[in-house]
Design a protein. Structure first.
Length: 228
């Protein structure tokens, strides 16, 4: 039995979430220091742009792979590598905050390997949606599609909990609704791109994958739908 005085006031962050955060933060730190001229010399100023070009998801590259039937590793890896490069420090830090907040909930509820499936599964789905639905020459970068995927997983937990309690399940979608409104306002004020397509696809995929990974899976989901 654990003595109350020895209990931690806050549950520790799941190691898999910490590891992913450290990799992402490390990449951003290197880019930030390079831009300030603190590492790498003069040529390092362009490291971030080189990172976009090398690891960002490109619709042009995607269409070339489909047309030629060739799928080289250095291009296939873009489906997951793009989440580790960001436009700037602010762009990266918000994605990392969502990772820590939502990742803790999802990883604690489902476990490490299921968290990894959701995170990188939604990264791939987000990139595919961006490539299939659009013909955008701009490169997709940033961890927001899988971040929205984690929000999709969290939304399923809330939806299932509200359904079990007999409460209105539509309120489970309040968070994603608020985020989409905020994103729309930012796009109106500051201008935006089409990354919302990948993010919305990431959310939907996160919700769907979580349905399949939770105990009971699809049958539990159908049962909750029938009861409500």
């Amino acid at each position: 039995m654990t003595h109350p005085h020895n209990e931690r006031p806050v549950n520790p962050m799941p190691p898999v979430v910490v590891a992913l955060f450290l990799v992402m933060a490390g990449v951003e730190l290197v880019f930030n220091l390079a831009e300030r001229g603190l590492v790498g010399g003069r040529s390092a100023v362009g490291w971030r742009i080189e990172g976009w070009e090398r690891f960002g998801f490109s619709d042009k590259v995607f269409e070339w792979m489909i047309a030629t039937g060739e799928w080289p590793v250095e291009h296939v890896i873009r489906f997951v590598a793009y989440v580790f490069v960001h436009a700037n420090f602010t762009h990266g830090i918000f994605a990392m905050v969502i990772l820590l907040a939502m990742g803790k909930i999802v990883a604690e509820a489902l476990g490490a390997w299921k968290f990894v499936v959701i995170y990188f599964g939604t990264s791939i789905v987000g990139a595919l949606a961006y490539g299939v639905a659009l013909d955008d020459p701009r490169i997709l970068i940033g961890a927001y599609p899988p971040a929205y995927g984690l929000i999709g997983g969290f939304t399923y937990f809330m939806w299932a909990k509200l359904g079990a309690l007999g409460a209105p399940q539509i309120t489970a979608f309040r968070l994603i609704g608020m985020l989409l409104v905020v994103q729309f306002l930012f796009a109106l004020l500051l201008g935006g791109d089409n990354s919302w397509v990948a993010e919305l696809a990431g959310f939907a995929a996160g919700f769907a994958i979580t349905v399949l990974l939770v105990p009971g899976g699809w049958s539990r989901f159908l049962d909750l739908v029938r009861r409500n």
